[in-house]
Design a protein around this ligand. Sequence first.
Ligand SMILES: [Ca+2]
Ligand SMILES: [Ca+2]
Length: 224
Amino acid sequence: MALIALCFPALASGADAGKSPPPAAKLTEALALELPAATLKGTREDQPLGPNTEPYSDKAPPPFLVPKGVKNVAAGKPVTSSVKPFTGELNQLADGKKEAFDYDVVEMKKGSQWIQVDLGASYSICAIVLWHDHRYIQVMHDVIVQVSDDPEFQKPVTAVFNNDVDNSSGLGVGTDREYFETHFGRVVDGKSAKGRYVRSYTRGGSLSALNCWHEIEVYALPAK
Ligand SMILES: [Ca+2]
Ligand SMILES: [Ca+2]
C-alpha cells in the first residue's frame, strides 16, 4: 500500500483520553502556524449563507497533528492563477504575509477562479492552510483544494477538500462544509496526497462576488 495516513486531526480529549494512541501518533506533533492578528470586522447577520455552513467561532480550532519534520514547502514558491489579479501580485500568496491589511490582499474577478502553487518537486502533503480574505467576517463559496503532479490538472488529480455542495463550479459535488473566514485560516487535511502542484478554487463569498486571498501554505514531507 503506497499511502499511509500519517496526517489526521487530533483526537478529542474526554472519551478518548486514557486510551493508547495509534502507532502513527508517536510520529506526530501539532502543526505550528504563524497566525496573523484577528481583526474581524462587520457582522455575520444577513449574509447569504449556503445550507451547509459551520457555525461561526472565534475560538482556535483543535490542534492538527502532523509527522515531525513537515515544513511549509509553498513558501516563496511560484504561484499562478486562472486570471490575473487586479489587486496585488501572485507572489504575495506565498510570501508569509497574511495580516488583514488591504495591501496584503490579492483580489481576482468573480466566477470560479483558482490559484496554483508549484512546489518544485513532488511531496507527500499533510496539510494545506488557506487564508482567504479575513479582513471581514464572511464565508467563501466553492472552496476546492486539489493536488496533482500534472500542472494542467488533468488526471490524476486528488481532491482533498470540496465544499461546493451544489456543484456550481462543475468539479464534482462536495461533501465538506462552508466556514467563516478567521485569522486562524483553514487547515485542510492533505491526506498524504502526493503531488508537485496544489490548486485551490473559490467562487466569491458571502460579502462579495470577488475572489480574495491572503496566503496559502502547504505542509509536507518529501514524497517517497
Ligand atoms: Ca501573503
Ligand atoms: Ca456552490
